[in-house]
Design a protein around this ligand. Structure first.
Ligand code: AGP
Length: 367
């Protein structure tokens, strides 16, 4: 155990720092880097003929699926419905003829996710699994498997499995876009080019570690944290809140920034940090106006953005974490890192058991 942790204090730290490498490895498996095209193994269905995708997963894998929904709809013009597996398996949803069910799981053993796969099988869906453990039950029962090449993940809080799930699903969404004629060859090249950049950008994100460690000291004293984002930054906000809850035991919630005024704004006071995830993308200005609403009520704003965003954010923040500018397609993969680091350093500052948080199991094989 100790030897495997190497120079790191926790498996979670080691696994966060492995991300540039394992994501590069996963991308290399699904992309033709030289020609900047996707190159997936042959799949037993035709994207062009699919009516709909249904995704089921739990926890962090569910948030990866939610990000993928934005990608499939935007780049492949393919409708996606998504549910947490514990709901999907029981709600008897009618599934279309020529539908594809995708389950996403690190362990490949999560009971509700496996049951969702079986339900979709009974409903005659094509069954695709995105899994990290290739010998798992889910991998065995699906019609096709896209492995995430994250390597063994020991920390209970999922980090590198999540970003490898995103890398795999991003490649799949581009492949779907190409098969459906929703993107041109040129657009495909631009999207693949952006994916190829991810490992380098992840290293830049890891460089924010010392700043985040400093910020985490004040986080360790708070009771509640709100995470806000729009577009693919919305699921990432929920993932950030989950990560913080799991390992620091601080209550946190992730919200779509546009929902702020429909309720959570009542919570804002000078004690509650609000983490705003806002790359300079098409919805940046909208998120900024939500951030202004927080600041106007004395809220403590922590902004995670890029260079262009930092330039345009006309507002004082408690802290601004600045990443390089990048194609909006890939932001969830890179922004995942500061979000994970914030949870990690907060937990370390509080002295919790980061790799084995209370009440949690790495793999939930019972209902
Ligand atoms: C993530 O940090 C969690 N520990 C948890 O939500 C996890 O993602 C979930 O239990 C799903 O597990 P799986 O990917 O092995 O199916």
């Amino acid at each position: 155990f100790l030897i495997e942790k190497g120079a790191f204090r926790h498996f979670m730290a080691k696994e966060m720092h492995e991300q540039p490498e394992v994501v590069a490895h996963t991308l290399a498996h699904y992309l033709d880097m030289a020609n900047e095209t996707v190159q997936l193994p042959e799949l037993p269905f035709d994207f062009a003929k699919l009516e709909r995708i249904s995704i089921a997963a739990c926890g962090t894998a569910y948030y990866a699926g939610l990000i993928a929904k934005y990608w499939f709809e935007r780049y492949a013009r393919l409708p996606v419905e998504i549910d947490v597996a514990s709901e999907f398996r029981y709600r008897e949803a009618p599934l279309p003829a020529n539908g594809l069910a995708i389950v996403i799981s690190q362990s490949g053993e999560t009971a509700d996710t496996l049951a969702s796969l079986r339900y979709a099988g009974q409903e005659k869906q094509h069954l695709l699994a995105v899994v990290n453990v290739p010998t798992s039950t889910i991998a065995r029962e699906a019609h096709a498997v896209l492995p995430t090449l994250a390597g063994p993940e020991i920390g209970v809080a999922s980090t590198k499995a999540f970003t490898c799930q995103l890398a795999t699903l991003a490649a799949l969404a581009v492949a779907a876009g190409r098969a459906r004629g929703a993107i041109s060859a040129e657009e495909e090249r631009a999207l693949v080019h952006a994916l190829v950049e991810v490992p380098r950008l992840m290293n830049r994100a890891l460089d924010l570690g010392p700043d985040i460690e400093h910020l985490a000291r004040s986080f360790a004293k708070t009771k509640d944290v709100l995470y806000l984002g729009r577009g693919t930054s919305f699921p990432l906000a929920m993932e950030g809140a989950l990560k913080l809850k799991e390992i620091s035991y601080i209550h946190a919630e992730g919200y779509a920034a546009g929902e702020l005024k429909h309720g959570p704004i009542a919570l804002i006071d000078e004690n509650m940090p609000v983490v705003v995830i806002a790359p300079h993308d098409a919805v940046f200005e909208k998120t900024m106006s939500n951030m202004q609403e927080v600041a106007a009520r004395g809220g403590r704003v922590i902004l995670i953005t890029d260079e262009a965003g930092a330039k345009h954010a006309a507002l004082e923040t408690e802290a601004t974490l600045v990443l390089p500018d990048m194609n909006p397609f890939i932001t969830p993969l890179v922004y995942a890192i500061p979000v994970q680091l914030l949870a990690y350093h907060t937990a370390v500052a509080m002295g919790t058991d980061v790799d084995q948080p209370r009440n949690l199991a790495k793999s939930v094989t019972v209902e």
